[in-house]
Design a protein around this ligand. Structure first.
Ligand SMILES: [Mg+2]
Length: 344
C-alpha cells in the first residue's frame, strides 16, 4: 500500500523528472567481490527533501525493484520521522577467516561493541573452524556482544541443530538465518525452546518483501528481524512492519552508497525499543563512494542525518552511457508500476 502523500506525488507526475530535479547513475568500485559483483551501480535522485538512492540489484524485475523506488521517492520528498537518537551503533563483521586473522579484523573496528561473525561457509563441515573463530573473537573482544550469521547455509534441520548445540556454549546475542526456509527457522526455534538452549534466532534472508516479516512473526520463526529500507519500500514502511511484528529489529544495508546508508540511519534512529547494533557499517566495502567522507562509524557509531553526493564524484564515477540508459529505463518502468499501484 502506498502512502497517501506519495500517491499524490505519483499521480501528479507521469515522468519522474517532474519530481527529481537531478538524476545521476554511478558505478562504484568495491574493495572485494561481494554478492558476485566488483562494481556497484546506483541511481541517485534529488527531490525537494534531499538526495535518495535507488539501487535494486540488477536481476530484480520491476515489480520487486519498484519497492526500492518507493523508498527513494519517500526519502527524496518527505521529512524523515523524528529521530529518537542522534547516532546509531553499528556492528563489526568478522568474515570466515582463520582464528589467527581475527585480532587484526577486530582491531579495525574502533569502539565497536558488537561483532557479527560469519559461520557455516561450508555448512556443517565448517563447524570446527567456526568454533575456533568465535573463541578467537571472544578473546580479542571479551566485552563485546557476539552474533553469528549462517546465511541459511545449514542443509537441513539436523545440521542446524548440531551446530546450534555447539554454539549454545558461547554467550551469543543471536544467530542469523541458520537454515533458509522460514518454516525451518520456526522448527529450529521451537526445538531451542524444548531444549532450553540460551539462543535467539534472527531472520534475514527470510525478509525480502514487506509481507515477509509478518509471516516470520506469525510462524514464530524468529526473535529478531533484520530490516532494510530499500527492499521494504521506505523508512515509514519499514517502521510499520517492525511495529507489526512486535519484534526487535536490526537495520541493515543493501550494499548502499552513503546516500542509501543515511536513510538506514534515519530508520535505525526512529526505532523504538531494544537498541541493537545495526549492519550499516558497509561503506568500507566500497573503494570509493559519492562523498569524500563516506558514512563510516567512529567510536562504534554512525551519525544520523542526510548525505548529499559531491558533484566531482558523481562525474568521476558516472556510469557508461549504455548503463545510464539501462537505469533510466528501469526508473521509468518502476515509476509506471508505482503509478499503477497508486491508481493513476
Ligand atoms: Mg545476514
Amino acid at each position: 500500500m502506498i502512502d497517501p502523500a506519495l500517491s499524490t506525488v505519483l499521480s501528479s507526475a507521469s515522468d519522474p523528472r517532474e519530481v527529481f530535479d537531478r538524476i545521476a547513475v554511478v558505478s562504484l568500485p568495491m574493495v572485494t567481490r561481494f554478492r558476485g559483483i566488483t562494481v556497484r551501480e546506483a541511481m541517485l535522485l534529488r527531490g525537494p527533501a534531499g538526495w535518495a538512492e535507488f539501487s535494486p540489484f540488477l536481476e530484480y524485475v520491476p515489480a520487486e525493484a519498484s519497492r526500492w523506488l518507493l523508498a527513494a521517492l519517500e526519502y527524496a520528498t518527505n521529512e524523515v520521522p523524528t529521530p529518537l537518537h542522534d547516532t546509531v551503533p553499528v556492528n563489526g563483521t568478522v568474515p570466515a577467516c582463520t582464528p589467527a586473522e581475527v585480532p587484526a579484523v577486530v582491531a579495525r573496528y574502533d569502539g565497536v561493541s558488537t561483532f557479527k561473525i560469519k559461520v557455516a561457509e561450508h555448512g556443517l563441515d565448517s563447524l570446527p573452524e567456526d568454533l575456533a573463530r568465535i573463541s578467537a573473537v571472544r578473546d580479542a573482544a571479551p566485552e563485546a556482544l557476539l552474533r553469528l550469521d549462517a546465511n541459511g547455509k545449514y542443509a537441513d534441520l539436523g545440521q542446524g541443530q548440531q551446530a546450534l548445540r555447539a554454539f549454545a556454549e558461547f554467550d551469543l546475542q543471536y544467530i542469523e538465518q541458520p537454515v533458509m526456509p522460514v518454516e525451518g527457522l520456526a522448527e529450529i526455534r521451537a526445538w531451542i525452546a524444548d531444549e532450553g538452549l540460551p539462543l535467539r534466532i534472527a531472520a534475514d534472508e527470510s525478509i525480502r518483501k514487506a509481507e515477509d516479516p509478518y509471516r516470520v512473526a506469525a510462524l514464530g520463526a524468529a526473535d529478531v528481524v533484520i530490516v532494510k529500507v530499500q527492499p521494504l519500500g521506505g523508512v515509514q514502511a519499514a517502521l510499520r512492519v517492525v511495529e507489526g511484528t512486535g519484534l526487535p529489529a536490526v537495520v541493515s544495508s543493501a550494499l548502499d552508497t552513503s546516500v542509501g546508508l543515511s536513510a538506514g540511519t534515519a530508520l535505525a534512529a526512529a526505532l523504538p525499543g531494544e537498541r541493537l547494533a545495526c549492519g550499516l557499517g558497509t561503506s568500507s566495502l566500497f573503494e570509493s563512494d559519492v562523498v569524500t567522507s563516506p558514512l563510516r562509524a567512529h567510536g562504534g557509531v554512525l551519525p544520523v542525518g542526510r548525505v548529499a553526493p559531491e558533484d566531482a564524484l558523481l562525474t568521476r564515477f558516472r556510469a557508461e552511457p549504455a548503463r545510464e540508459e539501462h537505469w533510466r529505463r528501469r526508473l521509468g518502468e518502476c515509476w509506471d508500476v508505482l503509478r499503477a499501484e497508486a491508481g493513476c
